[in-house]
Design a protein around this ligand. Structure first.
Ligand SMILES: Nc1ncnc2c1ncn2[C@@H]1O[C@H](COP(=O)(O)OP(=O)(O)OP(=O)(O)O)[C@@H](O)[C@H]1O
Ligand SMILES: [Mg+2]
Length: 137
């Protein structure tokens, strides 16, 4: 399904997305630079009542946030990852197969490692500063 939204509607989009997916899943978030991937992750984390600060893991590669139920979720940004070996060394594979909720920005940088049952989403920029989120379920 496709959802078109403005920044003012992002919290509703995050809730809708969470209703559609299993919260133990790996969510691959494709989209060019600056399309709003991290911003959407912030809204998803807010909808899950994450109290930790959600920031872009461009340099850390992996962020972990505590969820209300005591489990945690992972937020990965593979922009700086160049190959499978680098991804494994950074701990990416561990997160992807942890059984925890895991959202991945720039998943194409470690496509060999992605689980088969990952949910694929893609963000694109539209005119008037709107975004389109494609959810492939
Ligand atoms: N839905 C939206 N509507 C309007 N502006 C948005 C939306 N989402 C994000 N933005 C703005 O776009 C800019 C880039 O957002 P963000 O950092 O989330 O992009 P990104 O896709 O994570 O980029 P990168 O590829 O560098 O990680 C920010 O200034 C943000 O405020
Ligand atoms: Mg980002």
């Amino acid at each position: 399904m496709d959802v078109i939204f403005s920044l003012a509607e992002i919290n509703d989009v995050a809730k809708l997305l969470l209703e559609k997916i299993n919260k133990k899943t790996v969510l691959c978030l494709y989209g060019e630079m600056g399309t709003g991937k991290t911003t959407l992750v912030k809204a998803i984390a807010a909808a899950l009542a994450v109290k930790d600060t959600v920031s872009s893991p461009t340099f850390s590669i992996i962020n972990e946030y505590m969820l209300a139920d005591g489990e945690s979720m992972y937020h990965l940004d593979l922009y700086r990852i160049k190959n499978e070996e680098e991804a494994i060394a950074a701990g990416v594979e561990h997160c992807l197969y942890s059984g925890r909720f895991c959202i991945v920005e720039w998943p194409q940088h470690a496509h060999q490692l992605l689980p088969e049952n990952a949910v694929i989403c893609a963000l694109t920029l539209l005119p008037n500063n709107h975004r389109k989120l494609e959810i492939n379920l």
